[in-house]
Design a protein around this ligand. Structure first.
Ligand SMILES: O=C(O)CCC(=O)C(=O)O
Ligand SMILES: [Fe+2]
Length: 471
């Protein structure tokens, strides 16, 4: 007999016994998932509920999403269920096969018992990090189920909808930069409109040759697909040298890990010594950085003009000089409905220039719900970061975005460059030109150093960084 670890009960208003049975099982499994249990035996006295584990049984409609999430979770752990004919439902967590068979319990709807030390998530995270080969390493090992540290809580999973791929699905705006030759004012207005509403847009005709786009993505992919021996020496969390290869920037802060590995490179204001950049992508990332500097300088002019400021205002503030490049790799995920590629977050910096391949999976949160950022050949995705939201006194908006776990056999690759101010000690806040008695400054002044220190204290959890600086 194990150790008692908890019980629960829930209020269901007036419901049928079947709803109550399903509810009890779902709730029990959600609790088991929150506790990080990996070895669960569920006993239940409803034949119908037990049948639903193995066959298509009608599940009460209001519980269907949660039931599917529950089934997915059961597939990631050692799970057994059995029917018994006493009242109530018990679930048992053990480390071996010596299950006790029968637990007649009175009242609470469900009872949890454990005969094993609780699952040590911190230890599992550390062990994964110590492999130094990321999720790519897990995929290469041939796993068929994702390790529990990657399984996200039911609340997150329930709202991960792949979205409709229909022609009429809403899209973020696309701006043709070549149109400035015809009417600069029209392009400024399109960008202002996008930056002040959804905070995301794509740009085409930006002047970057197609082969440079392809070369950059291919080089980042080649880095991640090198043999493990070549990746391990670069696997480090410190960015001191200017290059770090890791799985999950927030691996040790987050409640659940995501199915993604990343190489990070400091490109400005003091760029990494090229000798430190893995040779397989060295030339390409340096070339890509030059293109980003050119395109972002054009974008900063247009964004600045959109606020009625001189074209040079953002550039003069050095907003394109601090640059971090990240090359993400999202390998095939065997259970894409149980995890994410990248948790919902807003980018902290001023502006992000993102190059994505053809696989897709990036989504942006809008008042109409989550919408896909559809891959367009040769387009760049641009998004406003929290810092620009603050200095524009919210004339421009940063948006939450996320990446679904990749369900395609082919890995997804994206390369983002985060553009930040170069002077980390200078005081920044809403620009005086954009504040007035009618529109007082919404944020206090702070240094970029303070801002980023705050950012790295939290996980990428979709909670706003901007709130810490509001006044
Ligand atoms: O991979 C992507 O498409 C998005 C990456 C991203 O949002 C980020 O690195 O902040
Ligand atoms: Fe982002």
């Amino acid at each position: 007999m194990g150790e008692f670890i908890g019980a629960f009960s829930g209020f269901l208003e007036i419901q049928t016994a079947l709803v109550a049975e399903f509810y009890g099982v779902i709730h029990a499994m959600e609790e088991a998932q929150k506790m990080g249990l990996t070895n669960v035996w569920l006993e239940c006295d409803s034949v119908l509920v037990c049948a639903a584990f193995t066959a298509r049984t009608t599940v009460p409609w209001m519980l269907r999403n949660r039931w599917n999430t529950c089934l997915n979770f059961c597939r990631t752990i050692r799970f057994r269920f059995s029917i018994h004919f006493t009242l109530n439902l018990n679930f048992l967590h053990t480390n071996n096969d010596s299950y006790s068979r029968f637990f007649p319990m009175s009242s609470p709807v469900a009872t949890a018992l454990s005969a094993a030390p609780p699952y040590d998530r911190a230890k599992a995270v550390k062990e994964f990090d110590e492999t130094k080969v990321g999720v790519k390493g897990l995929v290469d090992s041939g796993i068929k189920a994702i390790p529990p540290i990657f399984v996200h809580p039911p609340e997150t999973l329930a709202e991960l909808k792949r979205g409709s791929e229909s022609e009429s699905a809403p899209e973020i705006p696309t701006v043709d930069l070549a149109a400035v030759q015809g009417s600069r004012a029209a392009v400024v207005e399109q960008i202002r409109q996008a930056a002040s509403t959804v905070g995301f847009f794509q740009v085409i005709n930006h002047g970057v040759p197609e082969q440079v786009l392809r070369r950059t993505l291919a080089a980042v992919k080649a880095f991640h697909e090198q043999p493990a021996e070549a990746r391990v020496p670069v696997y480090r969390r410190e960015v001191g040298k200017g290059v770090s290869y890791i799985s999950n920037v927030d691996l040790f802060q987050s409640k659940a890990a995501s199915w993604r590995d990343t190489i990070q490179l400091r490109m400005g204001p003091t760029a990494v010594d090229p000798i430190e950049i893995p040779e397989v992508c060295r030339e390409e990332v340096v070339e890509w950085d030059k293109e980003v500097v050119r395109v972002s300088s054009v974008l900063y002019e247009l964004l600045s003009e959109g606020l009625g400021l001189g074209a040079e205002r953002f550039r003069e503030m050095g907003l394109g000089e601090g640059r971090i490049m990240v090359g993400h790799y999202y390998p095939f995920c065997p259970q894409p409905d149980l995890t994410v590629g990248l948790n919902s977050h807003a980018d902290p910096g001023a502006l992000t220039v993102l190059l994505q391949d053809h696989i897709g999976g990036l989504q942006v949160e809008t008042p109409q719900g989550w919408i896909h950022v559809k891959p367009q050949p040769q387009a760049l995705v641009i998004n406003i970061g929290d810092f620009l939201q603050i200095i524009s006194n919210e004339a421009y908006k940063s948006a939450h975005h996320r990446v679904l776990a990749n369900h395609c056999n082919e890995a997804r690759v994206s390369v983002a460059v985060f553009l930040n101010p170069s002077d980390r000690e200078r005081l920044f806040g809403p620009l005086p030109e954009l504040t007035s008695t009618e529109k007082p400054a919404l944020y206090r002044n702070f240094t970029f150093h303070e801002f980023m220190t705050r950012f790295f204290k939290k996980e990428l959890d979709g909670k706003s960084l901007t709130n810490f600086f509001r006044q």
